[in-house]
Structures are given as structure tokens and as C-alpha cells.
Design a protein around this ligand. Sequence first.
Ligand code: P6P
Length: 335
Amino acid sequence: MVKTKTTTLGEFIIENQAAFKYSSGELSKLFNAIRLAAKVVNHEVNKAGLVDILGNAGETNIQGENQQKLDILANNIFIQTLRNREIVCGIASEEEDDFIPINSNNGENQNKYIVLIDPLDGSSNIDVNVSVGTIFSIYRRVTPVGKPVTLDDFLQAGREQVAAGYIVYGTSTMLVYTTGQGVNGFTLNPALGVFYLSHPNMEFPEDGKIYSVNEGNYAHFSYGIKEYIKYCQKEEGNRPYTSRYIGSLVSDFHRNMIKGGIYLYPKSSIASNGKLRLLYECNPMAFIAEQANGKASNGHRRILDIKPTELHERVPFICGSIKMVEKAEEFIHNS
Ligand code: P6P
């Protein structure tokens, strides 16, 4: 078989920046910064078992969760890399209580983009050597260029995103992203420190046989979600489905996009809005899902149409193969 040309992430960004409808030069610089930060975090994640930086840092973040040292490290790496390159005007992170305005040296910041990140999602998996990920979401600011950003710049509906992506630190490290022209996946060659295009035009299969949900919460789910889970388990047609739940959204999402499947983090009697964060987990993953012909809803509404009211607000999240998401919504609507 003739070997196809290998394309690096850098080459891909340049080759496709003309198709990007906004100022492509700045976005290319922004992706280069994310690419660099991803390689540094990948290095730290891969050596975590060797260096005594595991375990809790003794602090808790706004989520009330113990911050693992790698959480803090990944957060600082992404924030410093983005700040040093002077390519964004603001950053929000799961690990930061408030957003961070980025003012350039002379106080004037002409940059147009803001970035929201979950620097290390699934961090409870670190100590047990299970995959974790970084999630990022990029918008154009809505307030006047040159002035400090305000909360309004961050509380935009997900449909306004100009780009979104994730890095999955798994058996191999991959960067998957969209700028609204489909979804492409790049695998890191750690020996060279180069990401190569390995998964062009990624798409969710229309249907699937894998469901991902924390069934430990079953007793607390709504009647509709309980009925949907029983539907997945019933011996009928192409069911029962296979249950796969890694405890890392990026990993479950990535597997479902390749094989077909659905991920659910629904509301429950112990979590009235579920657990996942709208701005830097659900919106970027929903943008990627829709660009890959999948679907993402809160059970009733398209995730990307939800107007945020708070930086760290939670939403119920159902995402994956379009036919599976629609079936789950059917059970919710009929309950
Ligand atoms: P639970 C990780 O903390 C995360 O945000 C997602 O990556 C993951 O899918 C989910 O929470 C796991 O939460 O409550 O099932 O342990």
C-alpha cells in the first residue's frame, strides 16, 4: 500500500487556516501554544508515577475537590504558555475561582480570543495510571478590543465557539480539535515531540452499542434515565449494549466517537444539575460531537444553545452517537 504523506499538526494548521473565517494568524499562534503546553503536560503526566508529585496538594479548588498536584501543574503550564505568547486576552479554568484577564505589557491587549480550559480532567485517575485529558474551548471576545475582558466574554453560548479540542493522555497522546470544519485527530510521536495527523475527519457512527454512565448513581437517577439504562441492558435486537465507564470524560468520549456509543452524566437526586461543567467540559465536547455528526444535549436542549449564567455552572450531559442520544432523550421525555 502506498504510504500517504504524513502531515504534522503545524502543517495542518497552516494548510487549513485559510478556511478559518476569522483572523487565522492569531488562531494558528494560539494552537501552537496549546500544542506546546500539551507536550509539556504529557511529559509530566507520563513521569507522574516516578516523581513524588502524586497525591493531593492539600488544597481544594472551587469545586470543593482535592487538587492533585498534577492538576495544579497542568493548570499553570497552560496558563503560563498562553500568557507568555500574548495571544489571548483572557483565560478561565476549572482550577481558577475567577477568570484571568491577560493585559499585555503596555496595558493594551489587542488580542481577540479567550480560552477556557479543564487542564486535567479525570485527575482522580492519575494515581491509578488511568487515562486523563485536557479540554479547551476558544471564543472571540464580545467586549471592545483593547479593554480588559469582562465576565460577559466568558458567558457566551457554546454555539459561539470558534474552536474546541481535547488532549487525551492515554496509551498514546492525541490532540483532537475542530474549528468548525470537521474534527481531526493527531497522535504525538514522543521521540520527536511532533503531533502527526492520524485520524482525519473523525465522525461518530450514527448508532452504537456502548453506554458510559456511573451506574453507582442508579438509585439517584430519574425514572426516565433508569428506564433507559434498563433498555441498554435488555436482551433484545442488538442489545444488551456493553457498559464502559473509564471515569475520564475525554477517554469515554474518544472511544465512543471511534466505536459508536453514548456518554451520560445526568442530573440526579444528589446532583440536581449533574456534575460536568458547561463552559469548559460540556460546550467544547458538544462542539466536537456536533462537528463529528454526533449529538449533545442536557436531555431536553442542545448543549450549545444553553446561555451560561455562571463561570462554573453544571449541566446534565448526554453525548454521542445521534441515534443513541435521541433514544435516551425519548425515555426522558416520556417519563
Ligand atoms: P464520577 C472527572 O472528574 C469527570 O469530570 C469526568 O471526566 C468523568 O467522566 C466524571 O467526572 C466522573 O465522575 O462521579 O462518575 O466519578
